[in-house]
Design a protein around this ligand. Structure first.
Ligand SMILES: NC(=O)c1ccc[n+]([C@@H]2O[C@H](COP(=O)([O-])OP(=O)(O)OC[C@H]3O[C@@H](n4cnc5c(N)ncnc54)[C@H](O)[C@@H]3O)[C@@H](O)[C@H]2O)c1
Length: 388
């Protein structure tokens, strides 16, 4: 593979995981980083062994030697950073959700298409080998037509009133916290597994901790701070809990819950699909396992072992059976597909049918579903059509 030069914008929780993932590919050089200030950029550059710390993201984007930009900032910055990166000719890998609402996401998708830049969104759960295996089994009809798709994505890192994140500020995150942040992952995984699009939703969103103590200094996701750092009260308007009924084009129905205040649940994404003849279930915190359920024979638990997976899926299983693979490995698999496309110089419009990673189109669709969830909740939980 030819060498590809990349830059990182935003280096809090997830940015360093982008760096680690692309370094594992062996042919990507992460050459520059920009964060919210020159000082933090210098610190992050040193911690991540990146040569160049930029004063701000614009300084990084004017570097013509950088071909690919990773956008790992809070959500409200995705739109301006991505649009400028595209205008400067960069390929863009943007973290999810693509934008704070679907009109912004649509513009980003359209501009990337017009400029023929490779565009990717990090819906990384698609790239767990057992998720790929489940998709392949469903696609070839092993469980029959999907009828019921259900599950949840629960976390506990915002349990206490002293827990705070920009995700709770609608100006930085968008109107929804839990549904937008982790619901977008569940939605994408459900659509990816079934091959069906969500067409209608009925949502009930809740704010279980309405007043929080905001720390004086901003901090990265999943970090706790001691009590004396809490200065001002913050009135929360976005959801930290939600329940959503969904309907899919093609007739399947479903339901999922999201929560950031559920004690004991760390990163607990679970999804089950009941088809006309069988069921299939994947649990993110037990990523190497895939459960299948049957009425007239024994249920099975397939434990990841490359030789037992579909041939088309084996490339996503990097290690032999018994050598656990998880979140970071799936993230690397996503980057591997995106960078192969880039390094081969393929055109995202001409070669659209052969794209094997989530694009801005998928990011836009997820934002459209989140918008419908927010509208449904505002309209006292009525069935609401997803507007694409
Ligand atoms: N794919 C996943 O599973 C996953 C996981 C976590 C976060 N995310 C997404 O990644 C993004 C970042 O989330 P996070 O948890 O890493 O947040 P974070 O708060 O930990 O980090 C945000 C980073 O953005 C930087 N930043 C803020 N303003 C900036 C500016 N003007 N210019 C440049 N950099 C700026 C901050 O300095 C910090 O380095 C969000 O969109 C989030 O939804 C995705």
């Amino acid at each position: 593979m030819r060498k590809v030069r990349a830059g990182l914008i935003g280096a809090g929780f997830v940015g360093p995981l982008h760096v680690e993932a692309v370094r594992r590919l062996g042919y990507v050089d992460m050459v520059a980083v920009a964060t919210s200030s020159p000082e933090t950029a210098r610190k992050k550059a040193s911690a991540l062994s990146i040569d160049r710390a930029c004063a701000d993201y614009r300084e990084l984007l004017v570097d013509d030697s950088i071909e690919v930009v990773h956008v790992c900032t809070p959500n409200y910055l995705h739109y301006p950073v991505v649009m400028e990166a595209l205008e400067r000719g960069k390929h863009v890998i943007c973290d999810k959700p693509l934008a704070i609402d679907s009109p912004d996401a649509r513009e980003m998708r359209d501009r990337a298409g017009q400029l023929r830049r490779v565009n990717a969104v990090t819906f990384n759960y698609r790239f767990n080998p057992m998720v790929q295996q489940a998709r392949a089994m469903i696609a070839r009809g092993e469980i029959g037509r999907p009828r019921f798709v259900h599950g949840f994505y629960l976390q506990d890192w915002l349990l206490h009133e002293t827990d705070f994140s920009w995700r709770l500020d609608p100006e930085q995150a968008g109107a929804s916290s839990a549904a937008g942040d982790i619901g977008s992952h569940w939605i994408d995984t459900a659509q990816f597994l079934t091959g069906m699009k969500i067409s209608r939703v009925l949502a009930s969103l809740h704010t279980s901790v309405p007043i929080r103590k905001k720390p004086a200094a901003s901090r990265e996701a999943f970090q706790s701070v001691s009590g004396d750092q809490h200065k001002e009260e913050f009135l929360v308007t976005s959801d930290d809990l939600g329940s959503v009924l969904v309907e899919f084009e093609g007739g399947a129905t479903g339901v999922f819950a999201v929560g950031q205040v559920c004690p004991g649940h760390k990163n607990d994404l679970q999804i089950e699909i009941n088809g006309a003849s069988g069921s299939i279930k994947w649990i993110q915190e037990r990523p190497d396992e895939l459960w299948t359920g049957w009425r007239d024979r024994a249920n099975t638990l397939l434990v990841r072992e490359p030789s037992l997976l579909d041939e088309s899926v084996r490339r996503y299983a990097n290690l032999p059976g018994g050598h656990n693979e998880g979140w970071a490995d799936a993230f690397k698999n996503l980057m591997s597909n995106v960078y192969r496309f880039i390094s081969e110089g393929r055109d995202p419009v001409d070669d659209a049918d052969n794209i094997d990673f989530p694009t801005f189109e998928d990011g836009y669709r997820a934002c459209s579903i989140i918008d419908a969830i927010i509208r449904s909740n505002q309209d006292r939980s009525i069935w609401t059509k997803v507007e694409y």
